[in-house]
Each structure stands twice: as C-alpha cells, then as structure tokens.
Design a protein around this ligand. Sequence first.
Ligand code: ADP
Ligand code: ASP
Ligand code: MG
Length: 301
Amino acid sequence: MIVLKFGGTSVGSVESLRSVVEIVRSRMNKAPIVVVSALSKVTDLLYKICEKEESFEDDLKALRLRHHSFIEEYFAESPQTVLQLKSEIDTYVNSITDICIQPEFSYRDRAAVISCGELMSSLIACTALNKGGVPTSRIDARQFMFCNGDPLKSSPDMSMINHHTPALIARHRMLNPDSKVIITQGFICATISGKPAVLGRGGSDYSASIIAWALNADAVEIWTDVNGIRDADPRYVENTHCLPLLSYDQADAIVKAGAKVLHPLTLEPARMRNIPVYVLNTYNPEGEYTLILPEDHKLLK
Ligand code: ADP
Ligand code: ASP
Ligand code: MG
C-alpha cells in the first residue's frame, strides 16, 4: 500500500490532472490512497471569502467559475458529467454562501468554508480517475483525520487516527470491492465529535504522511511542481540541483529552515515507522526526484 499526495498545482490544470490519472494508473497494483489539495489558488480564495470583503459576491463567482471552467474543459467530451459535476460544485458554493452570511461566523465556520476546496477538488479528481479507467472511490478525510485545538491550525490526534484509520479503510475497501484506488482530501480534519477543522496552510503533505503512518504504508509519494527537493528554491534561484537522496534529519532540516516544498511537519509521522518519502514532479514524472530514508538505511551508508 502506498500514499500518493498531489498538491494544488498538480490538480490545478487540465494537463496536470491528466498526468495525475496516468501516475495513479501506473501504481494501481499498489493499493494507492490518493490525497489531494484544493485546485491551485482556491484555498487563498476561500480565505478571502471568509473575510467577507466588498468583493464577496465576486469572490464567490470566481470560486464557482474556477471549478466550472475546469470541469467544462476537462470533461468536454462528456456533457452529462459536466452537468452533474457543475451541479455538485454549486451545492458546495451555495453551502459556503449560507455559512458566510450567518450573523455569527466562528472560526469553526471558517474551517468549514475552507475545507470545501479539498472536497471539490477530490470530487473532480475522483471523477477524472474513474472516467480515465482507474476505478476510484472517495472517502471523506474527516471520518478518520481527527484533530484538536485551533480550528484553523489543528493538531492531529495521532492516537485516535492510529486507532480508527486502518479499520475504516479496510471497511471502505470491503464495501467498494471494485475500486482499486481510494481518494481523500489533504489538509482537512475534524474533532472526534465531527466539528470541521484544517491543519494549517500547506497541510496536505502532513495529511499524507499521517495517513501513511496510520496504515503503515510502504511509501509516501509527494507529487508537486518541481523535480524533487533542490539545493535552493527554483522560484528564486536559477540552475538549482536536485538532492536525490536525503536522510530524514537532512530533509527535516531543509524544510524546517523554510523550504516551502514540504509542510514542516511532513517527515515526522513517516519517520516514526521508517516509511520512505519521495518528492516527485507531476509535470515530469520520469525526471529527477528526491528519496528520503531513515538515517541508518544502507543506501545512505
Ligand atoms: P504543492 O501545491 O504541490 O504543495 P508547493 O507550492 O507547496 O506545492 O511546493 C512546491 C514549491 O516549493 C515549488 O514550486 C518551489 O518553488 C518551492 N520550493 C521552495 N524551496 C524549495 C526547494 N528547496 N526545493 C524544491 N522546491 C522548493
Ligand atoms: N489547500 C491547502 C493550502 O493551500 C493545503 C495544501 O495545499 O497543502 O494551504
Ligand atoms: Mg504544498
């Protein structure tokens, strides 16, 4: 079993989502759990919507349009699918509107609104996988990703997650015997009593590692828009080099020093069970990548 996480840019364009389908197909025999972020820029827009600025109505329109245009382009050959998905997106956008216009708008409500980014992207990606011949079923991460504390920067409740996730996933597989792949959302979580929350910005990497830990996965693959962890941020520095092999300590030092490529807590769950973490490029799946291994692994000696 492996966990594959696709970030916002990986599910953010029609071309990249096609690549996601091919990557998942190539790993179908490894019982993958796919973790997705919201479409790129959507979480920023949801935070803005929560501010209820003057542009509130336009922001909601932009949110709807971002998903509708994506669906129209991706599923152009299948008008029925376009209609169905657009109506499901409308349901999410309407629920966001309803939550935002309540007179009392708590941090919990904000978390509910912000969670819709991942709920919408996972719906679209699940449909894309099924349409692409990769039988996939969707599971709501809030059924097993339990958390405590600040609704907008929650702490995972590792013991509850460890306790519930394996049985929940096993049951889901039993009830969906034809589906080869399970897709779920990164970043979003819930208290044990079902109150919505999120893990904090960039938290989908952390979700993927937590899921891998809870299921004792063989590997976590973090699919993003760069060829592995580099010796500098390629957004600001030219001619960076891929760091092909790192220990948990080395990678941890890089991300805790601020390299935005991984959420700073990503490596902690994986290292607790010695699970290898790969960082790969959705736009160049055969290109260079980083492999992160336990310090005592023979490849590192
Ligand atoms: P995702 O949407 O896939 O989670 P992010 O934008 O969160 O992607 O992370 C990928 C980005 O991290 C890259 O586009 C890159 O600009 C940035 N980054 C920062 N430091 C590094 C680094 N040392 N190596 C690779 N990428 C880096
Ligand atoms: N969508 C969330 C964010 O933009 C989580 C993630 O991308 O990892 O912060
Ligand atoms: Mg990220």
